[in-house]
Design a binder for this molecule. Structure first.
Ligand SMILES: Cc1cc2nc3c(=O)[nH]c(=O)nc-3n(C[C@H](O)[C@H](O)[C@H](O)COP(=O)(O)O)c2cc1C
Length: 193
């Protein structure tokens, strides 16, 4: 099973990264490996809406997004982890998502289905926000859902934690790490379809 994870937090060893690492431990506990993409360290340009992918489903911008296009096609499980910034996903996460417009064209304009693979593609969304309560989770979740559905992830689980602000504060949360570990384990245990 191919499992990939996108880390969208620019804060090294921050709350999102700690949470994602715990989910990965859950996956690895079932003897699967995870390929991690640290979006903040990758050179990925924003979508220019140039129309270059409209008729082909292939993005014409040449950068490190090329690796991501390839791995998404063969991924069986996809973890997307982002902090909440201004009520939405981090810019680094959103840039990668916007570049998936090429998949959107392939799927919806060219009407070529993007296969889910033999295990049925599944997703896990991890969100961390500093504010106690706001619309940040709903806004981020809406964008992530559009991303997942575009790349043929028909089903995903969301794990979100609010009121977690200072670096490392997630470690003090009573259940977050355990929930992330369990969600990672569950992600690879899900039955095919
Ligand atoms: C630019 C910026 C914008 C933020 N906007 C929000 C927000 O709208 N809602 C919220 O709950 N937290 C917001 N936060 C707080 C972060 O979500 C919080 O600190 C989180 O724990 C960061 O995760 P990290 O350690 O993985 O970077 C913001 C932080 C930054 C730096």
């Amino acid at each position: 099973m191919n499992i990939i994870a996108f880390l969208g937090s620019p804060r090294k060893d921050g709350n999102t990264e700690l949470l994602m690492k715990e989910a990965i431990k859950g996956v690895e506990d079932s003897r699967f490996k995870v390929q991690v993409f640290n979006l903040c360290r990758m050179k990925i340009s924003p979508c220019r809406n140039c129309g270059g992918c409209d008729e082909t489903g292939v993005c014409i911008t040449e950068d490190e997004m090329a690796q991501i296009y390839d791995v998404i096609r063969t991924a069986d499980r996809i973890i997307l982890a982002s902090p909440i910034f201004f009520f939405g996903l981090s810019a680094q996460t959103k840039i990668m998502i916007d570049r998936c417009q090429a998949f959107w064209c392939e799927k919806y304009l060219l009407k070529k289905p993007i296969p889910e693979g033999q295990y049925g593609r599944k997703g896990l969304l991890l969100l961390v926000g500093g504010r106690e309560k706001d619309a940040g989770v709903q806004c981020s979740e809406a964008t992530a859902k559009a991303f997942f559905r575009t790349i043929s992830v028909p089903e995903h689980k969301t794990l979100s934690f609010t009121g977690v602000d200072a670096k490392g504060a997630i470690l003090e949360h009573p259940t977050a790490l355990k929930e992330a570990f369990a969600s990672g384990k569950e992600l690879v245990m899900l039955k095919n379809r």
